[in-house]
Design a protein around this ligand. Structure first.
Ligand SMILES: C[S@@+](CC[C@H](N)C(=O)[O-])C[C@H]1O[C@@H](n2cnc3c(N)ncnc32)[C@H](O)[C@@H]1O
Length: 350
């Protein structure tokens, strides 16, 4: 097993058509709730995210936005729709996307066609590796966003003996070794990974955010060691991610002079407890038989109206997005599901 796994390599070479990738390989919660949804009081995930930031005082008039890792563009579409509704029809909106994957950038341009046609919305794309952002120091005024991305960034196995040996040969191992010492990161066991790319993103944010600028970063993980998670699409595609060690990220952010607040993502977004949905495991299973079925968090009423034959034929179980069996009733349940695992870190440059 190599010491250093590079996911940026995966994103440069392995991601094909965006819809298929997010339906089968790397289904984010924001992808499941990309349409306006009753569990989010009629907002999409991106719209609910904007509403939550506004509610908690994390937005300022005229903020520019920088989204890191936009996937299909579904998050941006909902976020911009909510921003437009709140700011009014002819207020300027400026939204930049930093992403590594050309095929996903092409898909984002299509998803965002309606916003691109709005003369008051400026949309920009920067193709880059966000672990090293091509932005000048102190240049960004506004809010940076990164939703369900940083578990994809580079991670390095933190076995101390391998780290010491590998540091001489591999610059990424050397970089991880150096961060452990610089920030005093705790190591629990030899199976643990260091979220090197996520740490580098915080360093880059601390560098590019102007005083008063902010960032909101979501991901899954725990206050404990990072582990590898391997996802399969059922055919030949294998995608590896690394759960976030939030202890490390909080320590690094504090050392970089960023203020940091942490929220449970499910509660932050305001998911309703009284709107049960079909979980991802079940939708995926159904789609293998019913190819016409869209992968999303169907409510019972939505499914019965769009696919009455499917709704009538199967005994389907619907559960609230806060249930430990959502979105995945196998591995996820053991860790508390979406509600137990996902957090949002809210950062501010003083
Ligand atoms: C899991 S998707 C997240 C998509 C989206 N934010 C969502 O909520 O559905 C990861 C995204 O990050 C991008 N990405 C992965 N590694 C990256 C890197 N090192 N720099 C910039 N973008 C990266 C991928 O191209 C993809 O768009």
């Amino acid at each position: 097993m190599s010491l250093f796994r590079t996911l940026t390599g995966y994103y440069k070479t392995r991601v094909g058509e965006a819809g298929r990738h997010f339906d089968w390989v790397e289904t984010t919660v924001s992808h499941l709730f990309r349409h306006r949804h009753p569990a989010l009081d009629g907002r999409s995930y991106g719209g609910a995210f904007h509403a939550a930031l506004a509610r908690e005082g994390w937005l300022q008039d005229g903020d520019r936005f920088l989204e890191i890792g936009a996937g299909t563009g579904g998050f941006a579409r909902g976020f911009l729709a909510e921003a437009r509704a709140r700011r009014g029809a002819s207020a300027p909106l400026d939204y930049a996307i930093a992403d590594l994957t050309p095929s996903l950038i092409a898909g984002q341009r299509q998803t965002l066609a309606e916003h691109r046609a709005d003369p008051w919305t400026a949309l920009h794309w920067v193709r880059c590796d966000a672990q090293r952002m091509p932005l000048a120091t102190g240049a960004f005024h506004g809010l940076a966003l990164s939703n369900e991305v940083i578990a994809d960034f580079d991670a390095v196995r933190a076995d101390p003996r391998r780290l010491a040996r590998g540091a001489a040969r591999d610059p990424r191992v050397a970089a991880a070794h150096e961060r452990i010492a610089r920030y005093g990161l705790e190591l629990d066991d030899a199976r643990q990974f260091i979220n090197l790319g996520a740490i580098e993103l915080l360093e880059e944010l601390a560098r590019v955010l102007a005083p008063g600028a902010r960032a909101a970063i979501t991901e899954y993980g725990q206050d404990g060691p990072s582990r590898e998670a391997v996802l399969y699409d059922g055919w030949f595609t294998r995608h590896t991610e690394y759960a976030i060690d939030f202890r490390h990220l909080k320590r690094v952010a504090a050392a970089l002079g960023l203020t940091i607040e942490e929220r449970n993502l499910h509660d932050f977004l305001g998911f309703r407890a009284d709107v049960p949905v079909l979980n991802y495991t079940e939708v995926r299973r159904l789609k293998t038989v019913h190819r016409e079925l869209e992968i999303r968090a169907w409510t019972q009423d939505e499914l019965a109206s769009a696919h009455p034959a499917i709704a009538a034929r199967y005994q389907l179980r619907f559960r609230a997005p806060g249930d430990p069996g959502f979105p995945d009733d196998a591995g996820g349940r053991a860790h508390g599901g979406f509600r137990g695992l996902f957090r949002v870190l809210l950062l501010r440059r003083l």
